[in-house]
Design a protein. Structure first.
Length: 346
């Protein structure tokens, strides 16, 4: 069976910064960076940083660069690819201000909405995603939307209808999907269809699996992460939930110990394909990136690394390409970080 993904090539290399959350649009790239002394191996699998970098038309430019706030460098949240090479992102200056914005492939940013929260209460950037023409974000418990070029914001889903505390959100041609954590500890994935209907797609009771990181495919199928603790180990599954609620497991990570923090795992989708980072090997000692075609059943392990020497970010799919970051280590110290890109074959 022909490979789904071609041989990758390096698009960007640095020895001075950790790279996280690369996103790919129509031939353009954006990612987050954290300075060598401020980041760690945890940075690679996170969705936050103090620097947003854009690479478009062969040029690399810095869109946001602020001093790292103590502890987590959570100034700017992961970019999300939109239309015409644009990326949506969000920024927060704790105790001062915050905003949601869109940056064009030319490097110009448009502030879509400024934070309306009491400045003293601002701590983290908003969760953000984007449709073909608009930026969508979570603010004060509600889901809001505004044109990517700027304009009046509107509440798309009120706080009373979101179903709980929103932990992640994504958008696509079929609508918007988000994961929630309820006060009783249960979790759920909720979808607002393009028609405006809001419905719970999947849910797990308190003490059961935790549902997270849903991404919505063009046909309305949700790819998401289900994780639970089994005999003292994390058991992580990549699942697909059809519009009728039917659920199936696409792939599983090797169970791994609870000795360190549980990294978020965010899948990516394009057409009928899903890409994800999975833990492999004895005790989950390796990171691997896989691509699955849900229509044909084809799959490919694109790359794998030993976590003691290298780390992989979660992948991004878009514009006919698969993109991820690879970080080389010496012990727990940064040696080199690269953004890699591979063509996705039809």
């Amino acid at each position: 069976m022909p490979a789904l993904v071609a041989t990758p090539v390096a698009q960007y290399t640095t020895t001075t910064s950790w790279i996280a959350a690369p996103a790919v649009g129509q031939g353009d790239l954006a990612w987050l960076e954290v300075g060598r002394s401020d980041g760690s191996t945890r940075t690679v699998a996170a969705f936050r940083g103090d620097r947003l970098v854009l690479r478009a038309e062969g040029r690399t430019s810095t869109v946001v660069h602020e001093d790292c706030n103590p502890g987590d460098c959570d100034i700017v949240r992961a970019p999300v690819a939109g239309a015409d090479g644009a990326f949506a992102y969000s920024v927060a200056f704790p105790g001062a201000a915050g905003y949601v914005a869109s940056v064009s492939r030319a490097g110009g940013s448009t502030v879509v909405a400024e934070d309306v929260t009491d400045p003293e209460l601002i701590r983290d950037p908003h969760l953000v995603t984007t449709t073909a023409a608009a930026v969508v974000w979570v603010e004060e418990g509600s889901i809001r939307i505004a044109p990517a070029v700027g304009g009046t914001a509107a509440v798309l889903v009120g706080a009373e209808a979101t179903g709980g505390e929103i932990t992640s959100i994504s958008a696509g041609p079929a609508g918007i999907a988000w994961a929630v954590r309820r006060p009783d500890g249960s979790t759920a994935i909720i979808v607002r269809a393009i028609t405006g209907e809001v419905a719970t797609r999947a849910e797990e009771p308190a003490g059961g699996a935790q549902l997270a990181q849903p991404v919505l495919m063009d046909d309305g199928t949700v790819a998401a992460v289900s994780r639970r603790i089994v005999r003292g180990r994390y058991a992580v599954e990549l699942i697909a939930v059809a519009p009728d609620g039917a659920r199936r497991v696409i792939a599983q990570s090797t169970p791994f110990g609870r000795g360190g923090p549980l990294e978020a795992m965010r899948p990516a989708v394009a057409g009928t394909r899903v890409a994800a980072r999975l833990r492999e090997g004895a005790g989950g000692a390796s990171d691997a990136i896989w691509v699955f075609d849900l229509a044909t059943g084809a799959k490919q392990r694109v790359t794998a690394v030993d976590r003691s020497r290298e780390r992989l970010s979660d992948p991004s799919l878009g514009g006919g390409r698969l993109v991820w970051a690879k970080t080389e280590l010496r012990g727990s110290s940064l040696v080199r970080a690269r953004v890699l890109s591979a063509a996705v074959r039809r």
